[in-house]
Design a binder for this molecule. Sequence first.
Ligand SMILES: O=c1ccn([C@@H]2O[C@H](COP(=O)(O)O)[C@@H](O)[C@H]2O)c(=O)[nH]1
Length: 250
Amino acid sequence: MTFREKLEKRIATTGSNLCVGLDVRMDQADESTKRFIIKVIEETAAHAAAFKPNSAYYEAMGWKGMRILSQVLKEIPNDIPVIFDVKRGDIGETQGYYAKSAYDAYGVDAVTLNAYMGKDTLEPFLKYPDKGIYLLGVTSNPGAVDIELQPTGDRKVFELVADMTQASPQVGLVIGLTNAAENVLSKTPDVPLLIPGLGAQGGDLSALKGSGRKAPLLVNVSRGIMYHQESCSFGTIAADWKLRIQEALG
Ligand SMILES: O=c1ccn([C@@H]2O[C@H](COP(=O)(O)O)[C@@H](O)[C@H]2O)c(=O)[nH]1
């Protein structure tokens, strides 16, 4: 089964477009850190269309952090797609090793890539035809205006990246909710979208109303679940985000 089929099946089964971010903020890669992440996974799994660990938070804890990542990935039920947020972009030779790391060593279903260095940098990842790729399109940070939203001829830079999604149906785009204005979404092809920026970054779900997209769409919440301020379970919070996203998507 391809990444896209797996994701479509998961969205259909759960009625959820919520991607639960697993960005743990701990100094020590010890047993309690591992147990905390596993608790988040267990409590939110029923509401999760996908999980997204960002590599930075595990790398920051050194090799033990990466060991924890590999251990917690094994706790994720097989029918839930895992997107490894690594934002890789390098020459082909090196990208080949990044692809091997993500897909062979960690066994994830999809990755995020930075296409700034051009189309050829995607090729090593495309050699895994069933796996998914999300290219950074219009990211959720204020600096999206510096390059991604700059004009080039009569288009914007991110539209050149969007063209690269034609390489395979497994290739989609990252579009930050905080920057998902109508003039961005209308130029974004109907490809799988990964939409971060909800929760801590203050993105507004109403931006997605009536988008009428057919390709699978994920809205990511990391801090807004893992570090929520309410006195209830991670599961309750995830269920609430799932509902809010469902309502926005109609
Ligand atoms: O444009 C982007 C691309 C990636 N991210 C990542 O998503 C999560 C967001 O975390 P929150 O805690 O929900 O803000 C994090 O891993 C980012 O690195 C993004 O925010 N924007």
